[in-house]
Design a protein around this ligand. Structure first.
Ligand SMILES: [Zn+2]
Length: 452
């Protein structure tokens, strides 16, 4: 494309973004936020008008319009965050789609978020089915701080509440608002892991660095997700796909985002850790658990984990009857005072929580599953529009097929993993039990849907 054409295209994009920013002024902002938007709009509009009248050569105009567009986009992102922060993600999703004139699949309107619990206490957050989707991003940030404080993690590392509050808000701000992979999902995985810590011996087995690293990794594990999967990024040869050589593209990107926030000079988070060894351990654990959320590694991870769980059971049996243990069992069993074994467990647990919706109460589970189905369907539509290979199985067909897909995913992918976790930690038994009950409900609902 010629510089002139690219300049004209930038001007159209700029006009749209500036109109959008102007429209947001009708939202409910604080006086300071309103002033910030007005001042920025004034500057942006002046520059835009100057560009319109200018007759310099096309190449320099293109460069200036590109820079201006970049700054307007940054401002829009900030304003969107202010709106998103005070809302539930489902409401932000609906508002954004309506503004674009886009619709969504019918099942999204069938299910409302579960009822809210008023006056949240620490113990509410120990529930695997805590209804996090019913709260605003601001409230979820408050619950995040409650969890870290309950685990004495801020006092342990001498982190002030203010500084930690900034970290949590920065993580929240780096989540977009697609149907499923939003901050509520990040919080859900984080809180589900925390519930497991409270229900099992993980609470006493993990040290403070392991707890902190895994909790923060879970919270930020899908930062900047745009609602498209690795294959989509790869097919479109996006910048992120090229950066990570088509390997665990999104997971690498999420991990790099969270590390960047923790390294921010205003936060200097790594300096709160006692020494370089702990800093390295902390960083490596964050990266390892986020990379383990890559679905393409699911079966490989599960196979290794199941072998480890089986070895652990035999190891424990022999140890309790004072019998000798061979090298295979010694090497492969999960022994809770060995950091490398805890790391193996944590990778599997965070992955299990990431696909753990079917282990929650039916009303929570089915709510999440409609949203993930919506996100997949949206990707398929985008693929069609962009003329790339369409992921056929992502297209939403009808209610019976939706239930079928859920049964398949829950029974064949989620259940085997959670059964292993429950063998290792009896306190987690509720998760596969919930899932089995949900499977029965899914079958019943499928029959009803077929009759309708
Ligand atoms: Zn996730």
């Amino acid at each position: 494309m010629q510089a002139e054409a690219r300049f004209q295209r930038n001007m159209i994009k700029l006009e749209n973004k500036l109109n959008y920013l102007k429209k947001t002024l009708q939202s409910n902002f604080s006086p300071n936020q309103k002033e910030w938007i007005q001042n920025h709009l004034m500057t942006f509009n002046k520059l835009y008008e100057t560009l319109q009248k200018n007759s310099s050569n096309s190449e320099s105009l293109e460069k200036i319009s590109e820079d201006l567009y970049h700054n307007v986009r940054k401002a829009k992102r900030r304003v969107l965050y202010w709106i998103k922060f005070k809302s539930r993600d489902i409401d932000t999703f609906r508002t954004l789609r309506k503004e674009k004139g886009e619709t969504w699949i019918p099942i999204v309107d069938l299910i409302d978020p579960p009822p809210r619990i008023h006056e949240i206490q620490n113990t509410h957050l120990w529930d695997l089915s805590f209804p996090c989707m019913s709260y605003t991003n601001e409230e979820l940030c408050q619950f995040t701080e409650m969890i870290f404080k309950e685990q004495n993690l801020l006092s342990e590392f001498n982190i002030s509440s203010d500084k930690f509050g900034i970290v949590v808000k920065k993580i929240c701000a780096e989540y977009n608002a697609p149907a499923y992979h939003n901050f509520s999902h990040g919080f859900n995985v984080f809180q589900m892991f925390y519930a497991l810590v409270k229900k099992t011996e993980l609470e006493s087995a993990l040290d403070k660095v392991e707890k902190f690293a895994t909790l923060i990794a879970a919270l930020g594990h899908d930062m900047n997700h745009r609602g498209y999967n690795n294959a989509y990024e790869s097919k479109l040869k996006t910048k992120t796909a090229l950066t990570y050589y088509d390997t665990a593209i999104l997971e690498n990107m999420h991990a790099s985002f969270i590390i960047k926030i923790l390294k921010d000079p205003d936060i200097e988070f790594f300096n709160s850790l006692p020494d370089v060894t702990k800093q390295t351990q902390f960083r490596d654990l964050i990266i390892a658990v986020i990379l383990a959320t890559d679905m393409s590694k699911h079966f490989k991870l599960l196979k290794k984990f199941s072998a480890g769980v089986q070895a652990t059971m035999e190891y424990r049996k022999l140890k309790s009857s004072d019998q000798p243990v061979d090298k295979y069992l010694e090497d492969n069993a999960f022994i809770m005072d060995r950091p490398q074994d805890k790391r193996r467990i944590l990778k599997n647990i965070i992955h299990a929580c990431d696909i753990g919706n079917p282990c929650q109460k039916y009303e929570n589970y089915i709510y999440w599953s409609t949203l993930v189905t919506q996100e997949f369907d949206y990707q398929a539509k985008k693929e069609e529009k962009r003329g790339i290979e369409v992921t056929q199985m992502f297209k939403y067909k009808d209610l019976p097929s939706f239930f079928n897909g859920q049964v398949f995913f829950s029974r064949n992918l989620v259940l085997p993993l959670w059964e292993q976790i429950a063998i290792l930690f009896h306190g987690a038994a509720e998760a596969p039990q919930n899932l089995k009950m949900n499977l029965k409900r899914l079958e019943e609902d499928k029959i009803k849907a077929n009759e309708d």
